[in-house]
Design a protein around this ligand. Structure first.
Ligand code: HEM
Length: 409
């Protein structure tokens, strides 16, 4: 491979976000990118990439220079606009802030707290069924089922529909080998999900309940033209679909990483068993060590200079926030390639940063904490059947296990 035009990066250094063989462990390549090519150029997919903690923070904080209006995902930008790009994630301030503030009004800490007991009951039920068994699938039977339940609880959709929501949400995003983004599948599955949510929006308008969906349809707000009004059914549906898509896959992958990482570091798992008060920090450490959200993309609105090279206006800038958690500059001690549940973590970029920072971060942390607490209380030790574990590929955006079979002693 020859060096990319205009760069001095080593010819043998190559990162391809669609190279599935790299998804299991991209960290060695990312380490080389941080050290040898802090501004990385990929000619094949025509993007630039940053991997250092401070560089990535700077891009995410500067929405004027790095716009989200063409979507936050590389394959979306390259493939043109799609329904996935509508809404908050594909807006810049001021319109973004208006929409975000509105959603935040329904998405209160009180609402998050209220579902804590429901998450715990659900996690307990799932695990109690497994007591006395030789093992189960940490993702399929446990981790991936919790986030769907949480979203359904927020939206007030019936428990009986959980599996169907999850199937449709995941199916629209999964990417098969060789094709960066399957728009047909996305549109078909997305269409079915849309119809499902629309039906519920209409029924909440007629008979409101005590859930986020009811709050969304009832809430009055001042829109971009200064008119005070309620959301239309279509707007309410867009928000709900966004929450469902943003909260399901990412959190399911995150919980999978918790199961895999704690099995890889049994000494750290034993620490959490002995001292459950360390679990919140342990969850943060897992998010640093294996962030489920891999990379975000932006488009440069002007020429910018990074590491003495010019990135021209209109270029796609990919920020690999999953690489920043192992940046030695930010996490010098202990070695960032090691999991240490007592590590002091001031902040990570695992939930993004700046104007688009994840709105569901406290909810995802709560889910992670409860899932780990309930697991360790019943099953302090487990091994993973690594040969049978499967990594799911969601393009360049999310990385993690779709299946993680574990054996219990
Ligand atoms: C571990 C789980 C999660 C991870 C790693 C994650 C990661 C992220 C990241 C990196 C962004 C920033 C996107 C950007 O800058 O373009 C984001 C945005 C967002 N997330 Fe999450 N997320 C998680 C869970 C959730 C949950 C549970 C919800 C809601 C139920 C949620 C709702 C959102 C929303 C609404 C946004 C858009 C915010 C905006 O554009 O202003 N996320 N998330």
């Amino acid at each position: 491979m020859t060096p990319a035009a205009g760069t001095t990066q080593p010819p043998d250094l190559y990162w391809d976000p669609y190279d599935w063989s790299l998804h299991a462990d991209p960290h060695p390549v990312w380490r080389r990118m941080r050290e040898e090519a802090p501004l990385y150029r990929n000619e094949k997919y025509d993007f630039w990439a940053l991997t250092r903690f401070h560089d990535v923070s700077e891009v995410l904080a500067d929405w004027k220079t790095y716009t989200s209006t063409r979507g936050p995902i590389l394959e979306q930008i390259r493939g043109g606009q799609s329904k996935l790009s509508e809404g908050l994630l594909s807006e810049d301030p001021p319109i973004h802030d208006l929409h975000r503030q509105m959603l935040a009004r329904a998405f209160t800490p009180r609402a998050v707290k209220q579902i804590e007991n429901r998450v715990r009951d659900f996690a307990r039920r799932l695990l109690d069924e497994r007591i006395g068994s030789g093992g189960f699938d940490f993702v399929e039977d446990y981790g991936a089922r919790v986030p769907g339940m949480v979203i359904a609880a927020m939206l007030g959709t019936p428990d009986a529909d959980l599996e169907e929501i999850r199937r449709l949400t995941d199916a629209q995003l999964v990417v098969t080998d060789g094709t960066p983004f399957d728009r047909t599948q996305f549109n078909t599955m997305g269409g079915q999900l849309w119809d499902y949510f629309m039906e519920h929006v209409r029924s909440r308008r007629k008979s409101p309940g005590d859930d986020l969906m009811s709050e969304l349809v009832a809430m009055e707000f001042s829109d971009e033209k200064g008119v005070t009004r309620k959301l239309t059914d279509t707007e309410a549906c867009q928000y709900i679909k966004l929450l469902s898509a943003a909260g399901n896959e990412t959190t399911a992958r995150f919980i999978g990483w918790a199961g895999a990482t704690l099995a890889r570091f049994p000494d750290q798992r034993a620490k959490l068993v002995a001292r459950p008060d360390l679990i919140p920090n342990g969850v943060e450490e897992i998010l640093r060590f294996e962030p489920p959200a891999m990379a975000l993309a932006r488009v440069a609105t002007r020429d910018v200079v990074w590491h003495e090279q010019v990135v021209p206006e209109g270029s796609v800038m990919v920020v690999i926030q999953a690489a920043t958690g192992r940046d030695q500059r930010q996490f010098p001690d202990p070695d960032p390639d090691t999991l240490e549940v007592e590590r002091r973590i001031d902040r990570t970029l695992s939930f993004g940063y700046g104007t688009h920072v994840c709105m569901g971060a406290s909810l995802a942390r709560l889910e992670g904490r409860i899932v780990v607490e309930e697991m360790l209380e019943r099953f302090p030790e487990w091994d993973v059947v690594w040969d049978e574990a499967e990594i799911v590929h969601t393009g360049s955006s999310v990385r993690g296990y779709s299946s993680l079979p574990i054996v219990l002693p």
